[in-house]
Design a protein around this ligand. Structure first.
Ligand code: ZN
Ligand code: ZN
Length: 356
């Protein structure tokens, strides 16, 4: 499986005439090597790899990173890379320009003076876009866990409860069900606060008749889930019901349109044009969704500017919303996996309007 993942690097080696690629981003290192720790570097040549870590991780690396040469080098990592490059004759090394500091780059350029460094960008992260079956299993499991934790917490949502109490109870429920932690700081935005797409749970007290947007996700074994449910705490009124209906239809239509080969911007347009025709186009200010995997936000991006095509095995969110300043907002989000002829929902909370 890891070999299969690393075979996705072949075009980078070919197109840039590289002898090796130096990885410093821990998500990419985990993806390519199986290492689950938090500090290392990975040097990948076409048919060989070196895993560089300090003594805290040597044992773990020997267990997890089965086909690499584990090099314990502590703070002398750049010297170790220089040694390998010299012995192996590596003269063109690609690196992750978006994950390496200028300071480290300068030290590398100084210590590996005979090496030409080739800047590689976000395209390197792009090899993680199509998930393999092991990843889809992990993503499905964490999404299921997170949805079940939400359903076990929903009874707490009632007038008089603070937003932050809901967030804490939900996190606890996830941990109880085996999550390693939360995927991000949950959004719990009630009443007018719902107009803030990223309104983190506050000390605001939930009132009767308010809509509450709860955006939550768990992390487990390195993988994440992402789901948003908007509920009403008592009868929310006609306007809130209208907005909910529009967002729900935009969400349903986008999910129905997911299939391999559709461009991310066309998919975004399915939801955006529906919300626009309903008269709320100015109040849906963010992209329709994003990839989810080892990072909570990863490629592809679903937005009016994203020309990427969806492929089978991509795991993405569909999350349209309408946010009305001074009134409130509605967002509905599911995480789906793209299948041969459509998609399958990984998140499991039913999205019909719930009046609690
Ligand atoms: Zn979310
Ligand atoms: Zn999201």
């Amino acid at each position: 499986m890891l070999k299969n993942r690393r075979s996705r690097l072949t075009p980078f080696f070919d197109d840039n005439a590289l002898d090796a690629i130096l990885y410093t981003d821990m998500n990419n290192i985990r993806y390519l090597s199986g290492f689950t720790g938090t500090e290392a570097a990975l040097l990948v040549a076409r048919d060989r790899l070196w895993f560089l870590c300090d003594s805290r991780y040597t044992e773990q690396a020997r267990e997890e990173v089965v086909d690499a040469e584990v090099v314990e080098c502590g703070a002398a990592r750049i010297d170790a890379i220089a040694d390998i490059a010299r012995v192996q004759g590596l003269v063109r090394i690609g690196f992750e320009a978006s994950h390496l500091t200028v300071a480290v780059y300068r030290r590398m350029a100084e210590k590996l003076s005979g090496v030409e460094f080739v800047e590689l960008g976000g395209e390197l992260d792009g090899i993680r876009t199509a998930k393999d079956s092991a990843e889809i299993e992990q993503l499905a499991a964490v999404a299921e866990l997170s949805s079940q934790a939400f359903l076990a917490t929903i009874h707490l949502i009632r007038p008089g409860v603070m937003e932050v109490d809901i967030a804490m109870a939900l996190e606890l429920e996830m941990r109880r069900r085996g999550a390693d932690g939360k995927a991000f700081d949950f959004i719990v935005a009630s009443g007018e606060r719902g107009a803030m797409p990223h309104g983190r749970a506050s000390e605001k007290i939930i009132q009767a008749g308010e809509m509450i947007t709860i955006d939550f996700g768990a992390a487990k074994n390195g993988y994440h889930s992402d789901e948003t449910v908007t509920v009403a705490c008592g009868e929310p009124g006609d306007r809130a019901r209208e907005i909910y209906g529009i967002v729900k239809m935009a969400h349903d239509r986008a999910i129905a349109a997911v299939k391999p080969g559709i461009s991310c911007k066309d998919l975004d347009y399915v939801a955006r044009s529906y919300i626009g025709e309903a008269g709320y186009g100015d109040y849906f200010g963010h992209g329709l969704g994003h990839g989810v995997g080892l990072e909570i936000h990863e490629q592809p991006t679903l937005s009016p500017r994203s020309t990427a095509l969806l492929g089978e095995g991509s795991v993405i969110t569909i999350e349209p919303g309408i946010y009305l300043p001074g009134f409130g907002g509605v967002r509905i989000e599911d995480t789906v996996v793209v299948t041969a002829d459509g998609c399958r929902l990984l998140t499991k909370v039913e999205k019909e309007l719930r009046i609690l």
